[in-house]
Design a protein. Structure first.
Length: 226
């Protein structure tokens, strides 16, 4: 049995900055601040932590209902933004055949571990035809701290499939140091891919259990994930 928890941005797909553009626009529409994310490193972070930092930096105090209103505005903007044609929007190399193969294996369970809020993450995946592969996961709705997300995904897996995985059966798959690091506190296996925000050389310094330049070689990846 293997429980595979995939990151979204830079691991499964690239959305051509659609999320950043929609977040920026939502922030401007709601709080009248332009380009709030222009100089923010977003790779590996949760949407919740990004929003909180942006609010604090601009000395904006809000309550929970305002944040939920912001999220709904962001989702609506993202639905439109993700549809704008761009050669920077695509499924990452090797992902489609890999998911098709993994999906057929009865002892492999596909989930998500992402810094996106669930609704925005699924908007992105649905646009690229990948949403149906992932029936459970952990999201920025669960915690703004990425290291805290894995137990949420495992709990949802356990409730859905009525079995509890051992730590070594859980794989965290992502393209940033944050993906590697969030596996460690829980004894999970880290699988890093240097195809987007970080190079293989940069990720190697964080000592992932497995490291690939991309997922193009399906058989090689299946030797680890399958």
């Amino acid at each position: 049995m293997k429980v595979l928890l995939f990151d979204i941005d830079g691991t499964l797909v690239l959305s051509g900055g659609a999320g950043v553009k929609a977040l920026d626009q939502a922030f401007y529409d709601m709080f009248h601040v332009k380009n709030v994310l222009a100089h923010v490193n977003l790779a590996g972070r949760t949407d919740t932590s990004i929003l909180i930092d942006a609010l604090e930096e601009n000395q904006i105090n809000v309550n929970g209902s305002t944040i939920e209103e912001f999220k709904e505005l962001y989702y609506n903007l993202l639905i439109d933004e993700i549809k704008v044609p761009s050669d920077k929007k695509f499924v990452m190399p090797g992902i489609m055949p890999l998911l098709q193969e993994l999906h057929q294996r009865p002892s492999v369970f596909l989930g998500l571990l992402t810094g996106n809020w669930e609704t925005s993450g699924r908007i992105k995946l649905k646009h690229f035809g990948l949403d149906h592969y992932f029936s459970f996961g952990a999201f920025a709705d669960d915690s703004g701290v990425r290291d805290e997300l894995l137990p949420f995904a495992v709990e949802r897996y356990s409730k859905k499939f009525n079995q509890i995985p051992q730590p070594h059966q859980v794989y965290v798959i992502g393209d940033t140091p944050a993906d590697i690091q969030c596996a460690r506190p829980h004894g999970a296996v880290s699988v890093a891919v240097g195809a987007a925000h970080y190079t293989v050389e940069q990720l190697e310094k964080y000592n992932p259990d497995y490291l690939f330049s991309d997922f193009s070689d399906t058989e090689e990846i299946l030797s680890v994930l399958g």
